[in-house]
Design a protein. Structure first.
Length: 210
């Protein structure tokens, strides 16, 4: 098995210590940092994302795989130029105003970073104004907003309106998700994308940037 495959396998098992050792070994052997990132760490995280979608792994496995990926990336960072860290696009992410849930949002962040997106996490209880201001300041490609309560999901419509009023609607795609949210609700408020789970959210963001 090649060392990159081995890194991918160990990452999927959440073996952070072994991943860091193998990443260092690959560097010492002269493997390009970008190849280690894309063909080792990213592939491993993509596989975890697909398994998560199919309910073959669950939240704890995703979290420990992400920890292993971040441990590997920490070693690669000094060797990768900012451009090479490869951000394929930038996402401003948060849970909407009035909603304090963050497990789903955190999973979305992990999956998006695993796909090579740069994620600006605004946290929980984020107002429509803050989503839009940050999207403008960060020059973001996507606003991804999550809600777990039927009472707070109405805030998503305010985000769409605020983005329109701020004149960034043509540039920024708006993604919605969370337990009570549906594709038809997404369409009814004029958002661009609905994602039923974290792995799909990452795939949808990548597809939107293509």
């Amino acid at each position: 098995m090649s060392i990159l495959n081995e890194i991918s396998e160990l990452l999927q098992k959440g073996k952070a210590k072994e991943v860091t050792e193998l990443v260092q070994k690959a560097i010492d052997q002269g493997t390009a940092a970008k190849a280690i990132l894309n063909e080792g760490l990213m592939i491993g995280m993509s596989i975890i994302g697909e398994k998560f979608k199919k309910n073959e792994v669950y939240v704890p496995e995703v979290l420990i795989a992400a920890r292993a990926m971040n441990a590997g990336i920490a070693i690669l960072k000094p060797l990768l130029g900012e451009g090479e860290m490869g951000a394929k696009g930038k996402v401003v992410l948060g849970t909407v105003k009035g909603d304090l849930h963050d497990i789903g949002k955190n999973l979305v962040k992990i999956m998006m970073e695993g796909k090579g997106l740069q994620v600006v996490d605004l946290g929980i209880d984020v107002s429509a104004e803050k989503f839009v201001t940050e999207a403008k300041n960060q020059n973001a490609d996507v606003i991804a907003c999550s809600a777990l309560l039927t009472t707070t999901m109405t805030e998503m419509e305010n985000i769409v309106k605020a983005a329109t009023e701020a004149g960034i609607r043509g540039k920024v795609k708006i993604m919605v998700g969370g337990a009570p949210v549906t594709d038809s609700y997404c369409k009814s408020i004029g958002a661009d994308m609905y994602a039923p789970d974290a792995a799909s959210a990452a795939d949808a963001a990548i597809a939107a940037l293509a």
